[in-house]
Design a protein around this ligand. Sequence first.
Ligand SMILES: [Zn+2]
Ligand SMILES: [Zn+2]
Length: 180
Amino acid sequence: MAKCKICKQPYQKRRMTQKVCETVECAQAYAVIDRHMKELKEIRARKLAIKPRGQWIKEAQIAFNAYIRERDKGKPCICCGNALTNEAIGGGFDAGHYRSIGSAPHLRFDERNCHGQRKQCNRYGAGRAVDYRIGLIARIGLAAVESLEADQSVKKYTIDDAQRIKAEYRAKLKALKGES
Ligand SMILES: [Zn+2]
Ligand SMILES: [Zn+2]
């Protein structure tokens, strides 16, 4: 026996798609809800369709940065070697890019280019580029740092790319949290 979505009473289903019992009250009540749900679905679909590329990239960046912060928690700050504190809401430290997103957008999702950094260093110390470089060499090696510095490739992220990156880093973050 199926259960009516409105009155919660059991009833005999006549069609596979039937959701409510045979009473007019339940049929009408359900029709209203059903229409409302369909409208919501349409609005959501429309919103998704018009979400601009920049918004998708922003969301991918949030997912990427969250992964970097999880990867680097417990490590010292990339530039000054001080402890990364993580008591503030939203993460007490940043995922700081060595080559900034503004000047090297093609490296915005490069894991070698992004490391846990204290907010003071990242935001108020102009990224502390020289100290960052020293810390980065210690962490990933001179060859990798030089390859980052030499990389002038042009990368244009499509909406598909951004969606894929967002999903990838959400999964990576989950996996990382599951392991620890
Ligand atoms: Zn009913
Ligand atoms: Zn620092």
